[in-house]
Design a protein around this ligand. Structure first.
Ligand SMILES: [Zn+2]
Length: 395
């Protein structure tokens, strides 16, 4: 058992305890008690004095591509399975080093994430909790060659069903489906819908049969509406959403928007040699629209998930990239950014029974930061002081 003494808690991220400061007891993999400071716990335990530093629930990343340990998709295509797998593992570790104790991978090649997930679960290697989609399922479409190794091409409900069943058979946790074009795919149009309603429905049904869900890649307005109507659980990106989309998503407990701010900022960085001129141009054109739309969805009170969609090099270059994006690219309030990175994302990932807040009985996935991130979100761009996963101190 470990007692974390003198923890500063954030009210919005804590359940079942009222005070600002507390001592928190960890027993095996759980948070077992939250008590006023100085409490005499029963039994033998180690102590760690946080001296008033803030204790947060472990962070969630809901839109990662772990295989992307470098940006260039063509270089990745040329790599061996082994190289990709070790690269993806390096990315998973980098996430945990930054306090992300749960990472949902929205598409990686060679089924590497399911393998890494299992190795972590078995204790063979250390790392965050991983949730894996395997390959991204997509209809035949212009630009697919950019991510040839990442896609499972399937057309019509029958082929889509087969593709979903295959990815789930390989041990993946959910389905990632392209419903609109993509910015990064050469020659593609992110504004158009590329998948028909009956195809999205086929994916939703195949996922439901296995007790899981579909995450839909959607930029274009019609694509977003089609995905929501078909019953997907998450709308990834949501760039061209409109008022009707906000109405469709309002107060829903089974369908959520996951904006990806960091990739938006990344693609606007003119100093970045990796971003092709065409992509830079397209990003400049849509940035103002995307920012306005996502801010509107936020102000309407939608519970937004926390996703970044960036490669490992970008992740390492800008610590706290998604926190910065949500503060400066979108204009969210600090406490809401924290809620998105923890409690809301846990709900969206279907993990709120065990994760997402600090509560007795939940799993001890925790991070300690130096400062008050609920008042100054830039605290989240600094190195984490401590990281716990499953009750074990990682850092
Ligand atoms: Zn993505």
């Amino acid at each position: 058992m470990v007692v974390l003494r003198n923890c500063r808690l954030v009210k919005e991220l804590t359940e079942g305890y009222e005070g600002l400061y507390a001592d928190v007891l960890l027993t095996e993999q759980y948070i077992s008690e939250i008590q006023p400071t100085g409490y005499a716990f029963v039994g033998e335990y180690e102590e760690l004095d946080l001296q008033g530093k803030t204790l947060l629930p472990g962070l969630f990343e809901l839109h990662a591509h772990l295989y992307g340990f470098i940006y260039n998709p063509y270089e990745l295509q040329a790599m061996s399975v082994g190289k990709i797998t070790f690269g993806a593992y390096a990315f998973a570790k980098a996430y945990l080093d930054a306090g992300y104790t749960t990472v949902r991978d929205c598409g990686s090649s060679h089924n590497c994430v399911a393998a890494i997930r299992d190795a972590i679960r078995q204790g063979i290697i250390g790392g965050p909790r991983l949730i894996s989609s395997g390959l991204i399922i997509t209809p035949t479409e212009t630009g697919n060659d950019t991510f040839r190794d990442l896609y499972y091409e399937a057309d019509g409900p029958e082929e889509i069903r087969k593709a979903c069943r295959t990815e789930l058979q390989k041990g993946n946790d959910f389905i990632k489906l392209m419903v609109s074009g993509a910015f990064m795919n050469e020659g593609a149009d992110p504004g158009i819908q590329i998948t028909e309603l009956d195809e999205v429905k086929a994916a939703v049904d195949a996922a439901k049969r296995k007790g899981t869900y579909v995450a839909a890649h959607c930029h274009g307005t019609e694509a977003i509406k089609t995905a929501i109507k078909a019953g997907v659980r998450t709308i990834e990106h949501g760039t061209y959403l409109d008022d009707e989309v906000i109405d469709m998503l309002k107060d829903r407990k089974d369908c959520f928007l996951i904006p990806t701010g960091a990739i938006g900022l990344y693609c606007l960085d003119e100093s970045n040699q990796d971003v092709p001129a065409e992509l830079l141009e397209a990003s400049k054109k849509c940035a103002a629209i995307e920012i306005a739309n996502i801010n509107k969805a936020y102000e309407a009170g939608l519970r937004l998930g926390f996703g970044s969609d960036i490669d490992l090099q970008a992740f390492l270059k800008v610590p706290g990239y998604e926190f910065i994006a949500r503060k400066e690219y979108y204009t969210f309030r600090d406490i809401d950014i924290l809620l998105q990175a923890t409690k809301y994302s846990a709900e969206i990932a279907g993990a709120s029974d065990t994760l997402g807040t600090i509560k007795a009985g939940k799993l001890a996935d925790l991070v300690v930061v130096a400062g008050n991130p609920d008042e100054d979100i830039y605290v989240m761009t600094k190195p984490m002081i401590h990281i716990f996963t499953n009750g074990k101190q990682y850092k």
